[in-house]
Every structure is written in structure tokens, then in C-alpha cells.
Design a protein around this ligand. Sequence first.
Ligand code: COA
Length: 229
Amino acid sequence: MQADGVKALSNIAIRLATEEDAGELFAVCSAAFGPDDPAWRAYYPRHWTAEGRKAGTERFLSAIKGDHHAVYHKALDVTSGAIVGFSIWTAYDARPLQHPPVLPSPDYWPNALEAEYGHTIMIDLMQKRHDHIESVANSVVHLNTLAVLPAHQRKGIATRLMNWGVETADQLGFPCFVEASPAGRPLYERHGFVFEQEITLVLPAQFVAREPCRYSFMTRPSPGGASSR
Ligand SMILES: CC(C)(COP(=O)(O)OP(=O)(O)OC[C@H]1O[C@@H](n2cnc3c(N)ncnc32)[C@H](O)[C@@H]1OP(=O)(O)O)[C@@H](O)C(=O)NCCC(=O)NCCS
């Protein structure tokens, strides 16, 4: 089992992703989070359908083009040429997060109610992210996204995608943070992240019946041991 895992991992190369990869990156994320993840359903309506994937790919593409500070890495299966995982890391080096965020047009959602729902949770997530970055003097490394195709999970691919971020943070002497899913939490703990608190994104009254969007807020101290809190 371990030998198979090692063999599979030797076929994986970690490379910088480009605009041309947007469609495959979106497909990896869509498959990894699946149709039941409430935040992904809200951000990328019907992302598991051809139509949802097309619209989501366009948003990924404009995000890649629009944010030159975010670093996208892909895990490439060099045998098949397929992208099987990816990460987005951003080093905030005395540079605040743009706030308020630029939100996708309401037309992206099937109706006004879903657009309001998507916008509401995005605004709350970005507000909390902004406030944390500001609280550490805009000097922190953030893991925005990490995803591996289900068929390629538990082979150490995400572990390799963690390397750029934690090495960059250590070189800069910065702490890190992540809004972690339950699947990601043990991985982050192995990389020195510490659980801080469970966060539930705030929703207006008309949405309270919906499944809440939750994450574990985790931080990794800077190499000198300074806490990011
Ligand atoms: C979270 C996620 C990215 C982890 O990806 P991954 O490539 O499976 O992660 P790794 O293989 O590096 O490590 C995961 C586990 O596999 C184990 N593992 C690593 N190499 C292995 C191998 N060769 N053989 C067997 N198991 C292995 C690790 O020990 C780890 O176990 P643990 O979680 O019980 O501690 C993936 O599950 C995913 O995409 N989930 C859905 C999206 C998501 O939640 N992303 C995180 C958002 S914050």
C-alpha cells in the first residue's frame, strides 16, 4: 500500500498553474468539494453540471488574471498529463487584502435570492479574512484553496502542495492562516497549524433554515514562535 503510494507520488510534479489551467483547476475543486458542500454550492451554483462548470471556470479565469499576488500551484500527473490537485497561497507582505471585495455580478446566480445568499456569505468570509490580516499587520501567509481529486487523495499530494506556503512563511518569518474544512484539518495540524475557533458565517434571517457554512479557523505561528493571534 505504502509502496503503491510512493510510486503514485513519483508521477506527480508540482508546477505553477497558468490561465490555461483554469478549467481543470475548477474541475478538481468541484470534484474535491462535491455537490454537498454548502459554501461551494453558494459560491458556484450547480458547479457539478456542465453549465455550472463553464461559469465557474470563467470566474476562476478572471480571478487568476485579476490577482497577481495569489500563487497557484498544480499537481500534475506527468504520465497522463492531467491536473489532479492544486493550491492557492497568498503572501500578504505589508499589503492589506482588498476590501470590500469585488463581487461577481448577480447574473451569475440563477435568481436574485441565490445571488443575495452567495454575496452575503462571501462578504462575511472576506470581512473576517480582512480583519485577521489587518490584525497581524498585513504580514501573513494565507492558504486560500487546497483540493485534490478524490481518486488521488491520501497519497501525499496535498502535503506536497503545502510546501510552498509554509516554506515561504518561514523564509519571511510570517505566520500562516487557513479557513479549514474538516478534511483539511488533520493535514494542517501536521504542518504546524493550530485550531483557533469554529466559525459559522453569518446569514440574514431569510436564510437561517439553510445548512450553515462553517470552517475551522487555524493559524500557524511564525518561525520565531510569535502567535498570529
Ligand atoms: C484535504 C485534501 C486536500 C487532502 O488531500 P490529500 O492529497 O488526500 O492529502 P495527503 O495525502 O497529503 O494527506 C491526507 C492523508 O493521507 C495520508 N497519506 C499521505 N500519504 C499517504 C500514502 N502514501 N498512503 C496512504 N495514506 C497517505 C496522510 O497521512 C493523511 O492522513 P490523515 O489525514 O489521516 O492525517 C483532500 O482531502 C481534499 O481535496 N478534500 C476536499 C476539499 C477540501 O476539503 N480541501 C481543504 C479546504 S481547507
